[in-house]
Design a protein around this ligand. Sequence first.
Ligand code: MG
Length: 157
Amino acid sequence: MTRFGIGYDSHRLAPGRPLILGGVEVPSEAGPEGHSDADVLTHAIIDALLGAAGRGDIGERFPDSDPAYAGADSIELLRTVVAELAAAGFAIANVDATLAIERPKLADHKRAMSERLADALGIDAGLVNVKATTGEGIGFVGRGEGIAALAIASISA
Ligand code: MG
């Protein structure tokens, strides 16, 4: 049986914060604020996987009120979820995601994100697609106030 899950995350951008997306640090004047490394792409993918497996959401699993997750490497959180799904008998089929950020341009970094995520997911990089779009100057993305990520995962049991 094939199952699907969606994930969404957004964070406010602040000057001087690192911009880490899919475990890849992208040179930027601003990065997302957050309790962990604020990797919105990885967070959306974690939620997509938890959704597909019927296992709640990232906020329940890794509460931002828990000091254990302060500055957490989100790729390690993803690895934890991937291991849980594998133990429950789920196989990840593919992941597709879209990042929405006004700047910087991500074209030169998407491939590295796919490869890093694929390594954590335990699947081929060709099965992990990362797309990027801008906000066309409107909304919180367009004004450069924040970044958002959407993801879908398919898994089989
Ligand atoms: Mg988040």
